[in-house]
Ligand binder design. Structure first.
Ligand code: F6R
Length: 242
């Protein structure tokens, strides 16, 4: 079932997104959260930090699994997704850092790291929620449009478009890694709830394509239409073409 919620402001989107996650933690203190990086979830993470500071929710027993990480940079690099998560969420809440998981983009054997990451998630159990942003080309995680998509965690070549979009965080485009390690679409679709959050007019076309267009590997987010419990949170700009 797809539940599309459209709000006037990004602030409202952030509040609703955070309350969906908070409610999961309240109902299940040892919830398993699938998390994302990028600009989209930052406001949601801020709300979760505030809720934790106010004593409304605790992350003490929560475990997290991030979608993806760049290949070739380690967790201490200021553009790594591990660093992003520490800075935007983990360092400010009462989570046990040992229970936070991000694929290791510096693993010597990357194939083994993919297998290990999937096994780690499988052993933990079903993710209670997977938070997702949406790429302009329809990517989710780093599952880029392609003829074939991979089910499990795997290594991907980043689309030029994606490297360009992320170049703003690096000193130059040449420094943007060319590969990433990402959960696969099956891993994502296995979560009990998928929470897709999209903001901004620049994503209005791809939102429409992903939610109303044909289900195709050329728009990986369109596969979310198959999920039994998909919640889509949009600001009015991102939802303007639906
Ligand atoms: C991030 C991720 C990406 C982003 C997407 C949107 O972990 O997997 O799929 O969600 O690129 O990025 P923003 O939110 O920066 O527009």
């Amino acid at each position: 079932m797809m539940n599309i919620l459209i709000y006037d402001t990004q602030e409202q989107v952030n509040k609703v997104g955070a309350s969906i996650i908070s409610n999961i933690i309240l109902a299940k203190p040892d919830a398993l959260l699938g998390l994302a990086t990028g600009s989209t979830p930052i406001g949601i993470y801020k709300q979760l930090v505030d809720a934790n500071k106010e004593g409304l929710i605790s992350f003490k027993d929560v475990a997290t699994y991030n979608l993806d990480e760049y290949v070739g940079i380690d967790g201490s690099h200021n553009q790594s997704y591990r660093h992003f998560m520490n800075e935007n969420l983990f360092n400010h809440i009462d989570i046990n850092i040992e229970k936070t998981h991000v694929p290791n983009g510096k693993a010597v054997d990357l194939e083994a790291e993919c297998t290990r990451y999937d096994a780690e998630i499988d052993a933990a159990g079903q993710l209670d929620i997977q938070l997702l942003g949406l790429g302009h080309n329809g990517h989710i995680g780093f599952n880029e449009p392609a003829d074939h998509l991979s089910a499990g965690t795997h290594i991907v070549e980043l689309a030029q478009e994606t490297r360009q979009a992320n170049a703003r965080f690096f000193t130059s485009i040449d420094e943007v890694p060319t590969q990433a390690i990402t959960m696969g679409v099956a891993t994502i679709l296995k979560a009990k709830t998928v929470l897709l959050v999209v903001k901004g007019e620049d994503k209005a076309d791809i939102v429409k394509e992903a939610l109303r267009g044909p289900i195709t590997t050329q728009c990986p987010a369109s596969l979310l239409q198959l999920h039994p419990n998909l919640i889509v949170l949009l600001d009015s700009a991102a939802g303007s073409k639906l």
